[in-house]
Each structure stands twice: as C-alpha cells, then as structure tokens.
Ligand binder design. Structure first.
Ligand SMILES: Cc1cc2nc3c(=O)[nH]c(=O)nc-3n(C[C@H](O)[C@H](O)[C@H](O)COP(=O)(O)OP(=O)(O)OC[C@H]3O[C@@H](n4cnc5c(N)ncnc54)[C@H](O)[C@@H]3O)c2cc1C
Length: 473
C-alpha cells in the first residue's frame, strides 16, 4: 500500500467505532468482501471495510468524498458488470447489516419486516418460513437484498404482489453528504429515485418490506431434454399467453451446457423452474410441463415444500461454467410464440451454424412470463419507466473462461437481444439488473432520466457517486 493509501486506511480506521472493521489484502475477510458470483465482476481493492453502523458508514462516505478516492459498495455480489460493486479503491461490504426484525401492528400481527441490505434473500426466507411469512425478493440463492431491490426485483411472487420495490415501506439511506435519512413515500423525489435507481443516491442500510402469509408451496426444477424443445416451446407459449392463475410462475432457461459430467459436447437442455404458491398443484396448471421428457442423469425435483427449501434447491451455481459472465435483457410488451421459437432456434440451430466459433461454457436464454398486472402493485418509480402496460423480461446470459473472449461475448449477447427485439419492434427497454454496462440510460429508465438526473444532482452535490461504478444519472 502506498503511503497515501495507508493514510486513507488510517483516516477511516480513526473515524469509525469498534463496530466497524477494516481488512487488508491477504485476509479472509478481504477476500470475502471482494468476491462476486461471477469472478469477472471482482477487482483487487486497496482494502475492504465492513461498516457496522449507519453513522460509521456516513463517516466513511465523507472521507471518500473529501479525498476523492474510488470506492464501491457490495451487498450480495451478483452484479454481472465489473466495477459496479467492485473497485481498485476502497471496497465497502455491507456484511454487517444483517438484521431481520419483524414489526407487529396494534393487533400484534406482523405486516412488515425490517431487513439489512447485507442479507441475501434466501437468508430472509430461512428466517420467515418458520413464521409462515414471506417477502417479495430474489428467486435463487445468494442474490443480495441491496442490488436486486434497488434495481426493481422480479420474484416468484411478482404476478401476485409486483416487483420487490413495490413492497418497500421505508428505506434508511446514508446520503452522499453523510446525512442518515429515513425515506418513505412522503419524500417524493428520493422515494421515486431509490425504487429502481440503484446506487445513485447514497447507500441504503436497511429497508422495511411488506410481508405476506406463506404456507407450503409446490415447485422445483425439471431438466428438459433438448429433444423435447418443440413441446417445451409450445407449453411456454401457452402458459405465457393463457395462464390466469397468478399463483403460478415459471422460469424456463433454454441452455447449452458444456459440463464435465456431460459426455455430449454442448448438451442442450432447459432448466425449467416451476412454482405454485400452494401446497397442492391444481389439476392442469403445469400439465404440459409435466409431460416433457427429462434429462436422464438429472432427476426432476418437483414437490410440495417450504418456500425457503424451494429457493435453496435451485442450483444457480451450475450456471457458472466459467469465471466470466455477461447478462443482458430485453423487455417485451407480449411474449409471442415467435420469441420462444427464436430462443429455441438460437440454442438448437443458429449457434451451431457459427461452425464451432462459440467459446462459451454456458449459454442461456430465458423468458419470464408474469401476469399482465405485474406493474399495477406500485406507484411511479425510477424503474419501470411506465406502469400502464406490461413488459416482460427475456434474459440473455453467457459464461466463459478466457478473458480474450470478453468482447465477443458482449457483442453476441447484444446481437441476440437485437434479433429477439426485431420480432416485435418499437420498444427498446432493458431491465437494469440484467443490462450490459454500456446500456443507454434511456433504454432502462425511458422518460425518467431527466428527473433522475435532477434528483441525483440535488442529493449528491459533492459528486461522490461518480467515484463508484454503476449506471449514473
Ligand atoms: C444468479 C443470478 C440470479 C438472479 N436472479 C434475479 C431475480 O430473480 N430477479 C431479479 O430481479 N434479478 C435477478 N438477478 C439480477 C440481480 O438483481 C442483480 O445482479 C443485482 O444487482 C444483484 O444484487 P446484489 O446485491 O447481489 O449485487 P451487488 O453486486 O452487491 O450490487 C449490485 C449493484 O447494487 C449496488 N448496491 C448494492 N448494495 C447497495 C446498497 N446497500 N446501497 C446502494 N447500492 C447498493 C452496487 O453498488 C451495485 O451497483 C440475478 C442475478 C444473478 C447473477
């Protein structure tokens, strides 16, 4: 560490209480602080700091603003863009904000829970499941509260209760000027900006979320053999266009997997995740999916279980068949048969037609059909820019090993998004939490960009947030 960097370390160490700790490289805590789900999202920071209180975090931000030092804040570390929650400067890790407090109303009923942004969603589900309660959050294990929530948050419960941000009652945020502020819907601009505007307005420490009664659910994963993709495509289209049961949710991930256990090079299969919010699956809801042919070596795991058990059973780390990751998306006003068919064609035919020039270990395309009411559960917010009509995410994801292929990965992800977008031209929208780093702000925030810029300038006069990565208004 240079003497200047050592000065910053000392200045922060002197300014904080015993509840906060700093870690130099070569410590286990430092490694944990800079670790990301996809290794390509990590950088070597000067040192890491785990703030233990909002006051300490405020002191840290004031020092970073005064010294103009690069920094980053990490919650669950699932950002798929390098530099968004990683830095070569000071790494802030929200690991100590892990409180889970059930709030009782006058009748002693729990209607909300206050949680720290250092938690992962599955940690919250583990705590709430024994209480027969739930919140609207991430769908697979390991995803952090901080990033998913502040970007929007599609959930297994979105068809019933909207996005994760639609279920926030209150934020506590450390503003860029070091003020610790409680933000509710009475705070027009910050309330608008924090719901979807990610890390533009400071660091959120705790949030209060609506809770819902949660009993046993039915669901899990089935690996559908590529030979049955025609039937899968028909079933997905049928579900997307005709399902009326808001308790039912699906996440079909068409993929090419080059895994060590797989004898065929580039096996085609779909990770089909099915969720029904009820202990018993009503007749007919997923019948077409039940009839699909499964991959023999990968047993189907669909059953009645707790919500926490369901989420923790999803093997999201199988999607990490290389250290490098790219995630992008498009949002479509309706999921047409042509979208699903094109996804199937890309996986089965178009990639093969490239004649071997496909250096990716895991290639995945997913459609996310929710109920058309999905944006009606919340008031105007940074994301989505419009709430009067549905837009459904289509996710595009590759993972690979060799950094020499980075540019090719980003280019091909973008080309695939364009190809799918051309099926129903007219909407350029992208979901901010599945967006390549150079995605234009307008594609994610539409007409909200100007207002969001004004809010950022109002609350970040020192331009502290320009010293960290992410989409900047
Ligand atoms: C395997 C996988 C599954 C996913 N599943 C879903 C899903 O079901 N639904 C969905 O909507 N999205 C999903 N996503 C996308 C996910 O929402 C984003 O990757 C999100 O950024 C992850 O949040 P995090 O806290 O884990 O990430 P981090 O890398 O910690 O943070 C992401 C961004 O948020 C900022 N940030 C984090 N904490 C704070 C804070 N406390 N205050 C201010 N800014 C903060 C960071 O600076 C960074 O810019 C998934 C992604 C992956 C890789």
């Amino acid at each position: 560490m240079t003497s200047q960097n050592n000065d910053i370390y000392q200045e922060i160490a002197n300014a904080v209480s015993d509840e906060t700790e700093l870690f130099r490289p070569d410590t286990q805590q430092y490694e944990e602080a800079i670790r990301h789900w996809g290794k390509s999202s990590s950088e070597y920071a000067l040192f890491s700091v785990e703030p233990g209180t909002a006051e300490d975090l405020a002191a840290i931000l004031c020092i970073l603003a005064a010294k103009r030092v690069q920094w980053a804040v990490k919650s669950g570390g699932h950002a798929t863009n390098r530099g968004f929650s990683s830095t070569s400067g000071v790494q802030i890790f929200m690991n100590r904000f892990k409180q889970i407090t059930l709030n009782k109303d006058a009748n002693k009923d729990v209607k909300t829970v206050t949680v720290g942004t250092g938690l992962t969603w599955d940690e919250i589900y583990d705590e709430l499941t024994p209480q027969n309660l739930n919140v609207v959050g991430g769908r697979v294990p390991g995803v952090g509260v901080g990033g998913l929530l502040l970007g929007g948050g599609y959930s297994w419960l979105t068809s019933q209760y909207g996005l994760a941000i639609d279920n926030v009652k209150q934020f506590e945020v450390v503003l860029p000027n070091g003020q610790i502020k409680t933000v509710t819907e009475a705070d027009n601009d910050l309330w608008f900006g924090l719901r979807g505007g990610l890390n533009n307005f400071g660091i959120v420490t705790v949030v209060t979320l609506a809770t819902y009664p949660q009993g046993q659910i039915w669901g899990g994963i089935k690996y559908v053999d590529g030979q049955d993709f025609d039937a899968l495509t028909a079933a997905v289209t049928n579900f997307a266009q005709n399902n009326q049961d808001r308790r039912a949710s699906i996440l079909p991930v068409y993929s090419i997997l080059r895994a060590p256990w797989e004898t065929r090079q580039g096996a085609m299969l779909a990770n089909l995740m099915l969720f029904y919010d009820g202990a018993e699956l009503p007749a007919g809801v997923f019948q077409e999916f039940m009839d699909l042919k499964e991959v023999p070596v990968l047993p189907t795991d669909l059953k009645t279980r707790t919500f926490a058990n369901f989420v923790s059973s999803i093997p999201a780390n199988n999607w990490l068949q290389g250290d490098r990751v790219a995630f992008h998306s498009l949002l479509v006003p309706e999921i047409r048969r042509e979208h699903v068919q094109e996804i199937q064609n890309i996986i089965t035919v178009r990639i093969a037609a490239l004649g071997g020039r496909w250096p990716f270990q895991f290639t995945a395309l997913e459609v996310q059909p929710f109920d058309a009411s999905l944006y009606t559960y919340g008031a105007d917010s940074a994301f989505p820019p419009k709430r009067d009509s549905p837009l459904y995410p289509i996710g595009i994801y590759w993972s690979w090993k060799d950094s020499a292929e980075d540019q090719y990965a980003w280019d091909t992800v973008r080309r695939v998004a364009d190809r799918l977008r051309n099926i129903l031209p007219g909407d350029e929208s992208v979901y901010v939490n599945y967006a390549l780093a150079d995605t234009p702000l307008e594609a994610m925030y539409g007409d909200n960009v100007e207002r969001l810029h004004d809010i950022r300038v109002q609350y970040d006069s020192s331009n502290l947030m320009s010293l960290t990565g992410g989409f900047r208004f």
